[in-house]
Design a protein around this ligand. Sequence first.
Ligand code: HEC
Length: 95
Amino acid sequence: MKTIAIAAVLAIGVFGAGAAGASEALAKSSGCLGCHALDTTKKVGPGFKTIATANKGKADAEATISAKIISAKGHPKVKAGDDDVKTMTKWILTL
Ligand code: HEC
């Protein structure tokens, strides 16, 4: 039993890191990282970590921010698809 539990934890850990890595790769290939740093460094836009901190505890942040980016109102137009923007927004808010 114990072995199974440990294996499950490891699997989640690996999967989690994989998902974050995939989101980061997506942000890179979508050109987001040209304007945003992953940490709190300000480039053209605020660092992703700064954005995550600013939105901690806001239940509607994910929906509001992805809608803002997708509609390109108040955010520069991006070349990523709607689903990709949602995936990245979700990930950014966990940083
Ligand atoms: C041309 C530069 C530029 C590019 C490219 C860019 N951003 Fe931004 N981003 C900004 C600026 C400037 C802001 C700050 C103004 C604002 O809040 O919209 C911002 C803000 C944000 C915010 C915070 C919005 C909020 O309401 O707090 C998120 C999240 C974000 N960007 C994600 C992304 C993602 C994901 C991509 C790639 C698909 C991306 N950005 C590409 C310039 C850019």
